[in-house]
Design a protein around this ligand. Structure first.
Ligand code: WT7
Length: 657
């Protein structure tokens, strides 16, 4: 242990929590870590055998022969849907509530495990009747809904690989993903309801397909959500309820190899094109199940609520798979935290007696702001005493928001699990186990047992505690990304780059370990990836969208800190015409913002757009983004600008806000 400047762990584990927790002390955690170190493969093999039902047991745990294309449990056979549904029904839990669904307009319905199995089986039979086969890709463009979970599970049941596209992505983004995945079928809904509005879905799929390149799509199934009128293409489109009504509700699960791709999920990287992150069936489900049990300490009588949309990885692992694999009861919510008012979450926790609540720091910050300006939506108006555990995900949580969450939502008695992970990691990587770790606001504490995370320098050497570096994972783990769909080279280059000897998984984040406790704090992305409200956006994706506008000659996008969204998107734009000012600049900025929204989706709209005659460039023509970051923040440039070709441009950009 080296370094000075100790930060004490401020919040000890409450005794009442530790005494009942699955991992109930630091010593118990240390023992698990030691067990994984002593026999790494044996540790994971044991969990894989204990946590899941295998149709054919695996004989080999980890295959490293084609590293970094690691394989786990490969000769074992299982089915994810069987593990999430049938085995609970067979164990007598058929009448247990699997999902408490609350719609945008507040209508509540409950679905038992037996009913969920029946719905999944019907849809699985429909998919088979439509010709969908094992290994085919199915794109889901759906609202946050029971139908969404059913569709994912139905794909898993027949061995089809699902690729969920978040319902906020544009037709163009959807088209790119359909084409890259080579999807044979798309499941969508007529419309979605969010925040009291009906928003189109099917119309966007139609537009995506009309953009071309989606010839692989043979069928479209449409969920009836709002009853809004949508044109149906004869021979291609069908209403899902009409097909499932006459389908059998018995469908034998398709047993697949543990390595069979369960899903693809597209995420942003530092180059323009989103990457199709490919996940396995066995290893993924092992970690989804284990983290749900240990990080969330999920028990049979808990009511678990993860607010993430199924369009993101959090909604995969901690809505569609983890809680169901554990036989838990969970809330699924269609709407948004601010409708009909900013007390929606608190009212729902009270109504459904939620005991474990998992959300994003952005949502917490927005709700703090609302509660501070309007007493009616303050959480103290509600009975939140059912809560026993809180969690956050997706971005760093600032200590002030952490303290508020702990005090106002958790009544000072609920531990907070600040879970660090990524689309690529499949499940939690660095997170407190709530019965084991004292908590420091802003720190995700220590690696999940069996995850070999470390902070290293550019040469791959571990740095002393107290010193910042690059976050890596030194050993493969079961739920890791298997490859980038269709681009194994990019997989290697992105995650196992040669500069770290090609041996460690590179997360793309910086981190520092506390000098005293060794606790990790994530310091943010080290690549050209932004995190806006917990959503990952590539700067190059946004730049490409901007330059696709006929008026734009050049664009550079950087992030700047934002109190509410964590980071905000700031775009510097050079037009093909003289630099606009005043009202004209405002009008053009609005137009470009909408253009980006149309190209990628509303989440990618830049908050600031600044126009310049040029961008700060080196003599070799490289855009100096670090200077743009300083200007975007509103700070004065104090860095060395001697390599700049055109230093005067800095003043112009600084004033162009
Ligand atoms: C990136 C991954 C994990 C599901 C949602 C996001 C950031 C994630 C934390 C956290 C600080 C975090 C990282 C990471 N991130 N969780 N607890 N503390 N930063 O998944 O879209 O793949 O984004 O989100 O920068 O690399 P994602």
């Amino acid at each position: 242990m080296t370094g000075t400047n100790p930060t004490p762990a401020l919040y000890p584990v409450p005794d009442a929590f530790a005494s009942k927790a699955r991992v109930g002390s630091r010593a118990a955690y240390d023992q698990l870590v030691a067990a994984a170190e002593a026999d790494y493969a044996g540790y994971w093999a044991q969990h894989a055998r204990e946590l899941l039902a295998w149709n054919k047991p695996f004989t080999k745990t980890l295959d490293e022969s084609q590293a970094p294309f690691f394989k786990w449990f490969e000769d074992g056979e299982l089915n994810a849907s069987y593990n999430c549904l049938d085995r609970h029904v067979e164990a007598g839990l058929g009448d247990k509530v699997a999902i408490i669904f609350e719609s945008d307009d507040g209508i509540v319905s409950k679905v038992t495990y037996k009913e969920l199995l029946s719905r999944v089986s019907r849809l699985a039979n429909v998919l088979k009747a439509q010709g969908v086969k094992k290994g085919d890709r199915v794109v889901l463009y759906l609202p946050m809904s029971v139908d969404g979970v059913v569709a994912m599970q139905a794909c898993a049941r027949i061995g089809a690989t699902h690729s969920v596209v978040f319902g906020g992505f544009s037709a163009q983004s959807l088209r790119d993903r359909i084409e890259d995945a080579g999807a044979v079928l798309v499941i969508t809904a007529d419309e979605q309801k969010r925040g009291g509005k009906n928003l189109p879905l099917k119309a966007i799929v139609d537009e995506a397909i009309s953009l071309g390149g989606c010839d692989s799509v043979k069928q479209m199934l449409v969920v009836r959500r709002t009853g809004g009128s949508v044109p149906m293409v004869a021979g291609r489109d069908a209403w899902l309820d009409e097909l499932t009504a006459s389908a059998s509700d018995v469908c034998a699960p398709e047993w697949v190899s543990a390595e069979h791709p369960l899903f693809l999920l597209y995420t942003s990287g530092s180059t323009g094109k989103p990457k199709g992150v490919q996940h396995s069936t066995g290893g993924y489900l092992v970690h989804a199940t284990l983290t749900t049990q240990w990080t969330f300490d999920l028990r049979p009588d808990d009511v678990f609520w993860c607010t993430a949309d199924i369009g993101w990885v959090t909604g995969h692992t901690y809505v569609a798979y983890g809680p169901l694999s554990c036989g838990g009861t969970q809330v699924v919510f269609e709407g948004v935290p601010t409708y009909p008012d900013s007390a929606r979450f608190w009212r729902m926790i009270q109504a459904h007696k939620v005991s474990i609540f998992y959300t994003a720091p952005t949502a917490i910050r927005a709700l703090i702001k609302a509660a501070e300006s309007n007493a009616e939506v303050h959480p103290k108006q509600f009975d939140l005493s059912s809560l026993r555990l809180l969690g956050t995900v997706g971005e760093p949580i600032n200590p002030a928001a952490w303290e508020w969450y702990h005090r106002e939502i958790g009544a000072g008695k609920c531990p907070i699990v600040d879970t660090f992970w990524q689309t690529e990691t499949g499940g939690h990587m660095i997170t407190p186990l709530p019965g084991a770790h004292a908590l420091t606001p802003g720190s995700c504490t220590l690696p999940f047992p069996g995850i070999d995370a470390a902070v290293v320098d550019e040469t791959g050497k571990e740095v002393p505690w107290g010193q910042g570096g690059v976050l890596v994972v030194r050993k493969p783990w079961p739920s890791m990304i298997r490859t980038i769909w269709g681009d194994p080279e990019r997989f290697k280059k992105s995650y196992y780059p040669a500069d770290f000897g090609g041996k460690y998984y590179l997360a793309g984040d910086g981190a520092i370990r506390d000098a005293e406790t060794g606790y990790f704090t994530i310091t943010g992305r080290i690549d050209d990836v932004l995190n806006v409200s917990g959503h990952r956006m590539g700067t190059m994706e946004i730049e490409s969208a901007l330059v696709s506008h006929p008026l734009v000659a050049e664009a550079a996008v950087v992030g700047r800190p934002d109190d509410l969204t964590g980071e905000a998107i700031c775009a510097f734009v050079v037009l093909k015409r003289p630099r606009p000012t005043g009202d004209e600049a405002k009008k053009l900025a609005a137009e470009l913002r909408n253009h980006v929204g149309h190209e990628i989706g509303p989440i990618a709209k830049p908050k600031d757009i600044r126009f310049g005659d040029n961008l700060p460039k080196t003599r070799s023509g490289k855009i100096m983004r670090r200077l743009l970051r300083v200007i975007a923040k509103g700070d004065a440039v104090t860095q060395d600008t001697s390599t700049l070709e055109n230093p005067a441009i800095l003043d112009q950009l600084a004033q162009s806000n």
